[in-house]
Design a binder for this molecule. Sequence first.
Ligand code: NAD
Ligand code: WQD
Length: 337
Amino acid sequence: MKKVLVTGGAGFIGSHTCVELAAAGFEPIIVDDLRNSEERAIDGIARIVGRKPAVHRIDCCDEAAMERMFQGEGPIHGAIHFAADKAVGESVADPLKYYHNNIGSLVLLLRLMKKHEVNRIVFSSSCTVYGQPERLPVTETAPDRNAMSPYGFTKIACEQMLRDTTASDPPLKAVLLRYFNPVGAHPSALIGELPLGVPNNLVPFVTQTAAGLRKQLTVFGNDYDTPDGSCIRDYIHVVDLAKAHVRALQWMEDGPVSCDVFNIGTGKGNSVFEVINAFKEATSTPLPYVVGPRRAGDTTAVYADTTKSRDVLGWTPALTLNDALRDAWRWQLALKP
Ligand code: NAD
Ligand code: WQD
């Protein structure tokens, strides 16, 4: 079986990707020190795929530990680099944490990949690189907005690092996936998102509120220039997103391009009020909410043009927003003590 290194493989998107890798006949090798995840994600993967994946509990920025891991594993087919810090607000307060972990981990990974002749990498980028796009749906050629946050800047810097290294080192191939808003959970309810403390993101806040853990959801603003006044995002089911990584690895096996970038979203924008209504419809569960002020830094509307990921990468999402909300709710119920 072809080994695929999955940094951050115990995290939200990484754990779902390990499941899809195993289903496609790859052997995921997880590198994660569980700084933002839990052992139960690894147990969940094992229960879904029927065997425990290899796990290295090490810091991706620890050169000696990473070198030992590469030596111990032997030939590796490719890497998927999820490991990063991802809280936009925290990155404004502590930018060096983000520069160190998000950029430092990729520098080290690329150096060790070259040394150990691993020539394929899939990188977790984000729609945050677009800021508020001038035209919607946003295509991959839209300009980067590097001033949005230090977190966003780390994604732009890492994308550039991959363009530069693939240009200077021809055997190396890279696929940069710009995720829109990943939501949902595995339909088995054995893996899902594990937000620490009060969730920043909409869907975990919705499910925790419906479960009675939070009093009410606050809709951050109803005075935006959108049909119902609330912000619009492109919510992509995490299982569809996970499959895009498998497709990207397969595409690099025969693709002639050395480095390319793809939007990974549904292509459809949904407002916050539409998410609230879809949640009620998908789960038949009440959801108390109030309308509050805008949240600083939010963009009005972002959703993907998915033409390139469909026509070039050969990936299309199969699941709906209602599927994602149903699965997120099942996961929330499974988390209850
Ligand atoms: P997550 O926090 O659930 O997963 C990241 C994993 O990486 C965690 O398990 C954490 O323990 C691990 N990790 C972080 N730094 C590490 C290090 N130095 N050494 C070892 N392990 C380390 O996050 P996620 O939502 O699964 O996101 C995965 C990737 O996707 C990140 O790069 C993130 O920036 C990107 N992304 C996420 C979203 C989103 O909304 N979730 C959107 C766009 C892009
Ligand atoms: C979605 C919508 C909120 C919570 C973030 C990062 C982005 C990317 C994805 C990593 C917005 C509204 C939210 C709540 C609300 N991550 N909302 N009440 O902000 O689109 O993107 O995650 O790369 O970089 O910024 O996602 O889930 O926080 O918000 O009304 O309690 O829900 O205003 O319109 P966001 P989100």
